[in-house]
Design a protein around this ligand. Structure first.
Ligand SMILES: CC#C[C@H]1NC(N)=Nc2cc3[nH]c(NC)nc3cc21
Ligand SMILES: [Zn+2]
Length: 371
């Protein structure tokens, strides 16, 4: 198969798994955090820097690349790996979520979704078939199914109709893909915050025997304890031996809580987005580097961090760059936050290996300042 998970160890006290995700562009240790490169770049970072911070797999978005520069152009360039000079693995989201979160004036039909581009207001149309064509043109290693994303919150009826359409669309996705590309297709379990619907969606999606499964509809503004509750009853419905991907998560605490509930793959724009507005993630909590408190702080963002930023620059200097709106400030902050999450996931994998994940969670949470 093109993409498959090799489970190395299952934790004895939690649902965590230590594994390796095998892809056509390398083998990635799991649990893994994937930096987001929405428009064919992880904002402010070169591919070499993404490698340097330890990431082996990144995300990109069908919705954005379809609208600009267009998937035909990327195909003519030799595919997204060639176009962006990244030889690691790429997972592309299908456009399902983005069309609902970014597109304007959406009209949902059985055929697909009509919307207006958030870039130039032009009328556009995405469908399961078009999303698959785009992702095959991009040449991504993991192809996400084109799903209908119910708003949060929404009624039980709406969520049920939506998940049933998502299942019908998933079948159309699978039919559209070539035999080889079928081995890269991940389904997305829907159902909102309703246990009966999550069960229905999981049953329908896993019937297709896909290489991997994502849990959608979370990290959409719901309280974290609701997200954890949904995971508690949804993850066990997924086949043990297939990779599980929690879309849009997340923050250090949510990553650890997700791993403990059996999630293998994560992505989130948080680390790079808050980096650009001056907030650094550290083992002892968030540091608003941009604040006056860092003005005369000549130490690194995080003394325990081994990243290029922490080895060479002070909080005072980075604060100066941010205040002066120097682009280097955005870059140094992004390098640190991405490296921080890679270190966190490395420590999580070590904790699983050494059977001490619950203890690691306790220490992490108390150092970070969580409850
Ligand atoms: C409903 C649904 C759904 C999921 N469907 C697809 N295709 N992508 C997603 C991306 C997400 N990002 C976040 N939070 C930032 N939640 C997400 C959920 C999805
Ligand atoms: Zn650092």
């Amino acid at each position: 198969a093109a993409v498959y998970l090799e489970i190395l160890k299952e934790d004895s006290r939690t649902k965590a798994r230590l594994g390796k995700l095998h892809t056509p562009h390398g083998t990635i240790e799991t649990p893994v955090f994937m930096p987001v490169g929405t428009q064919g770049t992880v904002k402010t970072m070169t591919p070499e820097e993404i490698k340097e911070i330890g990431a082996g797999m990144i995300l990109s978005n069908t919705y954005h690349l379809f609208l600009r520069p267009g998937h035909e152009l990327v195909r003519e360039a030799g595919g997204l790996h060639r176009f962006m000079n990244w030889d690691g693995a790429i997972l592309t989201d299908s456009g399902g979520f983005q069309v609902f979160s970014l597109g304007d004036m959406r009209t949902i039909r059985e055929e697909g979704v009509e919307f207006r581009s958030h870039i130039d207001g032009s009328r556009q149309f995405l469908s399961p078939e078009i999303s698959m064509q785009v992702q095959m043109s991009l040449g991504s290693d993991v192809v996400m199914a084109f799903d209908e994303c119910a708003p949060y919150p929404c009624t039980h009826t709406y969520a049920k109709d939506s998940l049933e359409r998502t299942t019908r669309w998933l079948k159309r996705c699978k039919e559209t893909l070539t035999t080889t590309d079928k081995q890269s297709l991940f389904g997305i379990v829907q159902g909102g915050m309703f246990e009966d619907l999550r069960r229905q969606s999981a049953a329908e999606i896993t019937e297709l025997d896909l290489p991997g499964y994502a849990i959608g509809g979370l990290s959409v503004g719901e309280p974290k304890d609701i997200m954890y509750e949904v995971l508690d009853y949804t993850v066990p419905l997924l086949p043990r031996e297939k990779p599980r991907y929690l879309m849009g998560v997340g923050s250090p605490d949510a990553l650890i809580e997700g791993v403990m509930r059996g999630i293998d793959m994560f992505d989130c724009v948080l680390p790079t987005r808050i980096a650009r507005n001056g907030t650094a993630l550290t083992r002892f909590g968030k540091v608003i580097v941009r604040n006056a408190g860092s003005a005369r702080d000549f130490g690194p963002i995080d003394p325990s961090c081994d990243c290029y930023t922490c080895r060479n620059y002070s909080r005072a200097y980075i604060r100066h760059l941010l205040k002066a709106e120097e682009i280097l400030g955005l870059r140094l902050m992004s390098i640190h936050n991405l490296r921080y999450l890679q270190i966190l996931m490395h420590e999580v994998r070590e904790a699983i290996k050494e059977d001490r994940l619950p203890e690691y969670r306790e220490k992490c949470f108390s150092d970070y300042g969580y409850e």
